[in-house]
Design a protein around this ligand. Sequence first.
Ligand SMILES: [Zn+2]
Length: 454
Amino acid sequence: MDTGKGWLKALRLSILVVLAASAVAVGLAESRLAHRLIEGLGYPALCQELFSEVQSNYYMVRGLHPPQGVRLNIVNLRWVEENWAAGDGGDGELEVEEAIYKALMLIPDDVSLAAIRRRRALSIMAAAAAGEVYVVEDYFNPLDRVEASKTLAHELTHIVQGYYFPVQDHVSTSFDESQAWNALIEGDASYTADMYVERLKASEGCSAQGRGGEMPRSMVELWLFPYRYGVGFVSHLYDVGGWMLVDKAYYKPPNTTEQILHPEKYLMGEAYREVASPKPDGEYRILRTDRLGEYFVRVFLSTHISPETAAKASMGWNGDNFTYYKLDGGGDLFAWSIAWDTREDQEEFHASIKEFMTAVEATPLGDNAWRIGWRQLTVTEDTAEGGYVTYLEISAGREPRHTWEENPPWDTGYGVPSAVEAVDAESPPRPRAASSIGERGRCGEDPSVGLWEI
Ligand SMILES: [Zn+2]
């Protein structure tokens, strides 16, 4: 793979554009860069020059000085493929995740999560890892000064976060919590980068160079969460209390996607309830138990019904537990217990499940049971004192049976926390803190074809 040619082609294009626009202020600066390039100053020097500029201007935007001597690494796609696009380390976690997504109909049965992950890694334009910044030369174009500065300011913010705040010590105990944490991290980085380019009189938009290929919308929605909603969260904090309130959030981080979606709930300290999943009869192993959160409920519904209905139906979330049981007698059981603030919230979710079942042309097996392909799905509700809980069970090839009495719905001590935050300290460094279900993505109106900075 000749990675050099890719950026050269992009560079040539940019030179044309830049020369034509050399009368405007930004264009003048770019023109200067373009001339330097023509004079023989190469791609690495251009990247380095821009990075130095971002480092020296950074304090004026974020109010924190970046550490000295941050290294900028220029890598190519082949390097990314070898170092960041590898599998899940052979511990079977990827298979567990894939089974969960398929049970919930988030991705089609014939889709490989490993292939999606690989494609996603190959769309990375820039990253921060182990205190250093990486740009992928196949995508990163230093002559597109506004977009390139934005990207570098974003990545530099990740370095600043690691330098000033206890981000290395943070451990998420659920998918929901890791999404909320990532939203703070990515929201701060993107908000800072936006502010940075505002100073450059930026025009909005991503330098999308469709290389990512098609990915299931649901996966992209999950990956994009920290970006799309993290910025709104951080800008809300900034509006209320400036950078001081944003900085404080690192010491009292949001721990649910509900708090990110509704920042006022974070500021009011709205918590969630611990929920237990019903245990199956007989012997079993637990392959995964996790809290998925309001946003995951939304994505689950919106995979098959309208985003508006899905957003409305997932509101009122008050906690959940998803557990994947491997039954010794054979078969899988996916049990999802979701708690709601009110009976109305619970009913709204129930109605949306029925709409979902109609949309996927499920075969009704009774009032609240359906068959869809290999799955059998049942919904039961608990409206007893203590809360409103919906139990959604998906089983393959067997009747879901459980004993409610032995396992009360409210069991605050419940849970085998899953390790969702896997910080890879191995060399070469991987992009920071990849979580086991969701990774992070990049801005873009059509995320399935955008590039990613992580
Ligand atoms: Zn990032």
